[in-house]
Design a protein around this ligand. Structure first.
Ligand code: NAG
Ligand code: NAG
Ligand code: NAG
Ligand code: NAG
Length: 410
């Protein structure tokens, strides 16, 4: 009897869930790929810096790397253009077109190339009068621009919010979603709306209806301070943010900077682990032509990606934030009978050696009385069986993380 009730409740929850979120079939797990902005910015100097400037050449090279170096097979299947791709003016019919010096073959050809590699192409527009870089904005051209990008074969749209009033976004982003829907082409919609509206002062139920992912907070920069500032903000606002995430609709703490200049090995593992715990989209912004083997091994870690891509789609939460500068986060993971968990211990200390931290699973709100088997996700080390009261000690490197997987076991 209770089983029938539970089944009915689950069916009802699924029904409610389906009717209230964007139904374009996309982003059932957090999207993955590569995005130009953090690493390549608005570098339009193809005369002095042809190798790194925003051009079709750059995107074709990155598409080659994604397809040929195993990234696509690991799940990184989107390549996304950011700002500064457009010509400074629209054409006589008001259509957007790419800068002809830097994209001589146009975006449609680039999309064909990207598709021929089995990848998907994303592009950038801005809802306001101009893009952040001063290129043409879409506010008076939403339908026309939706048709343009669909005609090119675009698969993802990142729509920024510079030079716009926040009050206009509550109709503008939904309108854009409707216009894209009318084109008949499923286009993953990444909205910057909440980032401009103060992050938490938005109607998240409306966002879920119209966007597949959304930037909530500041742009990431190439620094550990930036990474931890983002983690703090997601922890501090988790009661609003975590319930908004789920299959088809995700909070986006911005790009992975693993493989860039600033993060150490431990910090890189920490960003990757925390983005997996947060059920975050995984868009790398780095140079895949010269990335180190070490950074690659972190970004390609199958077990961490498996946590990121878990089908329940539950965003993890910060359970402990201690005076000792150790944080513990948990994320529930799909498993056949009873819930499993990913557990991240994040060390915010900078003292010289790994910090030994002791906790019980009961302290972390894991309640399966028979206990859990515990494994280290990065090293594969098996800690053994822990009931809810047995003390577990992990040794966490400075600015580092220990990521565990706990599954119910006798
Ligand atoms: C458009 O929206 C309808 C209703 O939500 C949905 O069934 C359909 O799949 C959507 N089409 C595209 C191309 O997103
Ligand atoms: C195209 O970009 C170059 C810089 O690479 C710039 O000098 C030129 O003015 C741009 N062309 C248009 C039409 O915007
Ligand atoms: C924002 O709203 C004000 C007042 O309605 C208007 O004057 C201004 O042009 C708007 N700005 C943009 C970028 O739409
Ligand atoms: C932490 O634990 C490890 C492994 O048990 C041990 O080798 C190390 O000495 C401990 N470190 C401190 C600072 O107690």
């Amino acid at each position: 009897m209770w089983k029938a009730v539970v089944t009915a409740a689950v069916a009802l929850a699924l029904l409610l869930c389906q009717s209230s979120s964007l139904d374009n079939g996309l982003a059932r797990t957090p999207p993955m790929g590569w995005l130009a902005w953090e690493r390549f910015r608005c570098n339009v100097d193809c005369v002095d810096d042809p190798y790194n400037c925003i051009s079709e050449h750059l995107f074709m090279q990155m598409a080659d790397r994604l397809a040929e170096d195993g990234w696509k097979d690991a799940g990184y299947d989107h390549i996304t253009i950011d700002d500064c791709w457009m010509s400074m003016e629209r054409d006589d019919q008001g259509n957007l077109y790419a800068n002809k010096t830097r994209f001589p073959n146009g975006i449609k050809k680039l999309a064909d190339y990207v598709h021929s590699k089995g990848l998907k192409l994303g592009i950038y527009l801005d809802f306001g009068t101009h893009t952040c870089g001063g290129y043409p904005g879409s506010i008076k051209y939403l339908q026309q621009d939706a048709e343009t990008i669909a005609g090119w074969g675009i698969d993802l749209l990142k729509m920024d919010g510079c030079y716009a009033n926040v009050s206009d976004m509550s109709w503008g982003y939904p309108d854009m979603e409707q216009y894209m829907n009318k084109t008949g082409r499923p286009i993953l919609f990444s909205c910057s709306w909440p980032a401009y509206a103060g992050g938490i002062k938005v109607d998240y139920s409306s966002l879920e209806k119209h966007c597949n992912m959304w930037r909530n907070y500041d742009d990431i920069q190439d620094s550990w301070d930036s990474v931890t500032g983002i983690i703090d903000w997601y922890g501090d606002n988790q009661n609003i943010l975590a319930p908004a995430a789920g299959p088809g609709h995700w909070n986006d703490p911005d790009m992975l900077i693993v493989g860039d200049y600033s993060l150490s090995y431990e910090e890189s593992k920490a960003q990757m682990a925390m983005w997996a715990i947060l059920a975050a989209p995984l868009f790398m912004s780095n140079d895949l032509r010269s990335i180190s083997a070490e950074a690659r091994s972190i970004l390609m870690n199958k077990e961490v990606i498996r946590i990121s891509q878990d089908s329940l789609g539950m965003q993890g939460r910060r359970i402990i934030k201690g005076e000792d500068k150790i944080e513990v986060w948990t994320r529930e993971i799909e498993s056949p009978f009873l819930p499993s968990y990913a557990i991240a211990f994040l060390n915010r200390r900078a003292d010289g050696e790994p910090y030994n931290y002791t906790v019980t699973l009961g302290d972390l709100n894991l309640f399966q009385y028979m206990g859990y088997a515990i494994e280290d996700v990065f090293t594969g080390y098996e800690y053994g069986h822990y009931d809810l009261y047995r003390e577990l000690t992990v040794s966490i490197a400075p600015n580092g993380v220990v990521l565990l997987y706990a599954y119910p076991s006798k």
